[in-house]
Design a protein around this ligand. Structure first.
Ligand code: APR
Length: 250
């Protein structure tokens, strides 16, 4: 593994445009379950019944039973070594953008500034009927949270059946088309269109460095360097190696 870490560090040091695509796996060590591992959220809640915009419109109270459980975990979560390490790489000038599928705000709390949120962020709630927006904290004592118009509010996260925010979609494909290195961290890469970002980067000759507990369908197809293990441990080791070999980039 040390050789692979050293190889990945060299790629990062020599890359002029490095991106990270992250998924729920990067936040598991912060106590937030992922979706598709054995104990993942979808093993408890059927996404067809709880995570589509149709399900929310039809029965928002029911969907809020799952959302409340997620909110309780996300609101208490702290960035782990993987979030902090990516924040350090950005500060050192070796990581340029993070494209995250996560809605937990932990990249920002881990020090990263250039974060593209593909699936929104759970820190605000909106009324899909009248459009009014609230901070999640101001409604935390209400269940389910309601708009002043009386309707039940929805978190500003992308449900299945909703579009990806246009600026996130366009910016991430633009970046993926010119990236020289792409870190793919803690994602099963099964949800479109986020899962096409590694392919776009690869088609433009980026080096794909995958960090995951287990292989994914990318590993034996487009991944160049597979660093198997926990995101916290591996990102931490990678940042230490970059620090040892690299220097602060202007
Ligand atoms: N370190 C590294 N990888 C991990 C860790 C860890 N500690 N824990 C889990 N993983 C890996 C799992 O092996 C899996 O490959 O992270 C991946 C998580 O995959 P998913 O649960 O499918 O999460 P994600 O890829 O982010 O899902 C994408 O699906 O349900 C939607 O909107 C939701 O954004 C989410 C999207």
């Amino acid at each position: 593994m040390e050789n692979l870490i050293a190889e990945a560090a060299d790629i990062i040091i020599n890359s002029n445009l490095t991106l990270a695509l992250t998924g729920a796996g990067i936040s598991v060590e912060s106590g937030i379950p992922d979706f598709r591992s054995a104990e993942g959220l979808w093993s408890k809640y059927d996404p067809a019944e709880y995570a589509t915009i149709e399900a929310f419109r039809a029965n928002p109270e029911k969907v809020w039973n799952m959302l409340r459980e997620m909110d309780a975990v996300v609101s208490g979560a702290k960035p782990n070594k993987a979030h902090l390490g990516l924040g350090e790489l950005e500060k050192m000038g070796y990581l340029h953008f993070i494209i995250t599928q996560n809605i937990d705000n932990l990249h920002q709390e881990g020090g990263a500034k250039n974060v593209i949120e593909y699936h929104g962020n759970s820190r605000t709630l909106s009324c899909i009927w009248c459009g009014k927006r609230y901070g999640v904290e101001e409604k935390r004592d209400q269940f389910p949270p309601r708009c002043e118009c009386g309707k039940i509010l929805k978190p500003d996260v992308v449900f299945f059946g909703e579009p990806i925010p246009a600026d996130a979609l366009n910016r991430s494909f633009q970046l993926a088309s010119s990236a020289e290195a792409l870190l793919v961290i803690g994602t099963s890469a099964v949800v479109s269109p986020a899962n096409t970002i590694p392919t776009v980067a690869k088609q433009n000759n980026a080096t794909i460095i995958e960090i995951n507990m287990e292989k994914t369908h990318l590993t034996d197809s487009i991944t160049d360097i597979f660093l198997q293990g926990s995101a916290g441990e591996i990102v931490d080791a990678l940042v230490r190696e970059v620090k040892r070999k690299g220097s602060f980039r202007p």
